[in-house]
Design a protein around this ligand. Sequence first.
Ligand code: ASP
Length: 589
Amino acid sequence: MYRTHTCGELRMQNTGEEVTLSGWTDAKRDFGQLTFIDLRDRYGITQLVFDMDAQPELCNEARKIGREWVLLIKGIVRERSNKNPNRPTGEIEIDVFTLQVLNASKVPPFTIEENTDGGEEIRMKYRYLDIRRAPVKEKIIFRSKVAIETRKHLAEHGFIEIETPYLIKSTPEGARDFVVPSRMNPGQFYALPQSPQTFKQLLMVAGMDKYFQIVKCFRDEDLRADRQPEFTQIDCEMAFVVKEDILQTFEQLTRHLYKTVMGVELSDFPRMTYDEAMRRYGSDKPDLRFGMEFIELNDLAKGRGFPVFDQAELVVGISAKGQANKFSNKDIKKLTSWLQRPQIGAKGLVHVKWNEDGTIKSSVGKFFSDEQLKGWLEAMHARPGDMLLILAGDADPTRKQLSELRLEMAERMNLLDSKVVKPLWVIDFPLLEWDEDSQRFHAMHHPFTSPRKEDIELLNSSDRAVLSSIKADAYDLVINGAEIGGGSIRIHDRKIQMKTFHLLGFTDEEAESQFGFLMGAFEYGAPPHGGIAFGLDRLCAIMQGEKSIRDYIAFPKNNQGRDVMIDAPSPIDPDQLDELSLSLNLPIE
Ligand code: ASP
């Protein structure tokens, strides 16, 4: 009744056919004699033509139609004289003989085009119009393909999809929980899951040895750039597996997704330990699309009378290819200020330029001879034309600062090619992370993560350095410098789980009251198990070389965590508050 074809479907071989189409008015061009309307739906755009001579009444109707009106037309497909090679339907048009307006539209608050004139806020408010735009629509469709291929692949490999509850128990570990008051249990609250972690482990105890779920997770964090309070994970767990099984399984899934959705064959997935990643790139998610590896210069640069270096724990640098003549002193100054911003916090920047003519210029030329600087250049495999950028200070922060600089330089040097895909597994993360503020250990992944077998004994130590050195059987998949997902082999022994809780500062009672259900389950034949979760939104963005995850989410929140379309969060009725046994003691305005 509404359509015989979609607006993206008709081609030359359909000429002469009588068709019915429905869609939105994308554009109208009125030339007096001829009026053209581009009719759009999810599948594409088809040109309609109305001829004043042939059908004056119909043509007059068409001339009144506005943007985004919903139309139903009938007409004959014919070859276009003026073909549009940029459009799949660009060789044909429809000679319309019936036109019906299904619904008129107000003038949209921004143009529904590839490059819209609408700002972020207005587009979010009218998200249903924004989704009509090709770039947003295509991302939503892309995400659907990734989700469907994930389901197909995992199902083919024996995984079953199981839903876990959204109303669960609040725990203090990890990020802040979103909580939901319980009407039937006054003064008590559910929490929305930050992930289905404990449930998927219980499913392993229950014998469902290959579980997956494409699932919403909720974290009430301060929204850093490109984080969403609700996001989606491809969440998995397997029993009777070691790390290798999980890495293989999810490497295969990743390959499958790139191949089926993008047509891209991925090459190898190298492995790198956390320690090595930090040493070579200053990051646990190194971008391997380009080199600029860190080279440590302690032996060559310390003890030569330059106080900044002499007092530093680490002197470390990168060599930027062909950049010597690209950076004036002013540019270097700007780069230094950029590094000194509180977000990065470097104290200063030392550079060495090896000019094409062989001369060497450095900001520390007073302290080091050309011979000495040559030694650095060699150590860093530089060539004439290259520029060394060197930082010094305490080892950990200096590495992080240099990692930022490495990425910044890559950006400036155009090395971040989104067509290149460089995955890697980062493995052997530390189990525990010391937190100076709270003077206690945090779990680097989560408290259910098992130490590597060979490190389990070390859990009995009371020496902070020894405990810090314990490595977890945990792994992250990184693609092009973004963390796609992570997971671990889990603890499945009550005693070891309790030991870990103690190290994290829990008393017996606290551990019991918060995680007694899990440790109790471990006493009923818990199999060895482990798992992983991929961030679906992020994976989609990385696959398409996009920086933001926002357009892969149909209805995202803004930076204040608000849905500006439905205006949430919002106050609730006093009666509703009463019913929930909640009272708000907000100041009366
Ligand atoms: N639940 C973990 C997370 O959300 C992933 C895992 O360990 O499987 O990061």
